[in-house]
Design a protein around this ligand. Sequence first.
Ligand code: CA
Length: 292
Amino acid sequence: MQRNVELVVDARVQLGEGPVWHARKQLLYWVDIHGAALHVHDPSGEPDTVYPVGCRIGAAVPRASGGMVLATENGFEAFDFETGSKTVLADPESHLPDNRFNDGKCDVRGRFWAGTMSMVKEKEAGSFYVLEPDGSTRRLFGGVTTSNGLGWSPDGRTMYYIDTPTMQVAAFDFDEERGNLSNRRIVVTFPDGVGRPDGMTVDAEGMLWIAHWEGARVSRWNPADGSLLATVPVPADRVTCPAFGGSDLDVLYITTARFGVDEETLARQPHAGSLFALRPGVCGLPSHEFAG
Ligand code: CA
């Protein structure tokens, strides 16, 4: 394993999040939640492109019919790169103005799964939703405080899920045909002193890669026995989300944040908020577009 995390884009944004590799275009999308922006990184060497989206954006996924689908403080919204315009597709929490969408990801059938959280730190006020390709939404469960990382096992039969304050990774049996979750159990528990679990991705060997918010690292875990397999330091306290990308899916991209970090720490971590990458010696799984 290459143990050195490299700086990829010295963006220094407030709250970098949600990296997703778009294989069809060989681009990495990521977001700045508090900066209300969608970032597009082209590893071929083109400068990064930043699209203002005008609201807090928790996640963005490419859409098979073109453009992106965003999970934002206004619900699920379609985004058009040409015009920069947004169109609300569904707003399942229109009755909860203090909530916003946070992390999200598409499954192999092109459904968009994403959860919410309170912007005023109300506990267990969030829920976990799915946006179907036909534009309908379903609420899978509530009682979530900070809906965060998710991912699927290589065989697609298990979904992993993080509600950050629980300090745990939950697993569900995943019914790919119907898009249902069942048999919730805990597969990983974070110890004290390493920060809190944030974003997550699954590698081709079925192991979980988790970003440590206020833990300055990413870690690799075996969900079969809950054991910690590897830890890689990242030069930012607030590490937010990992995602595999690159033409061979062998690059682990890592987003970070700088908001809320004190000046003394930022002096030691000047690139906090930037996009980093690691070649961990294992490949990731393909990511999927929204099918609608
Ligand atoms: Ca997150």
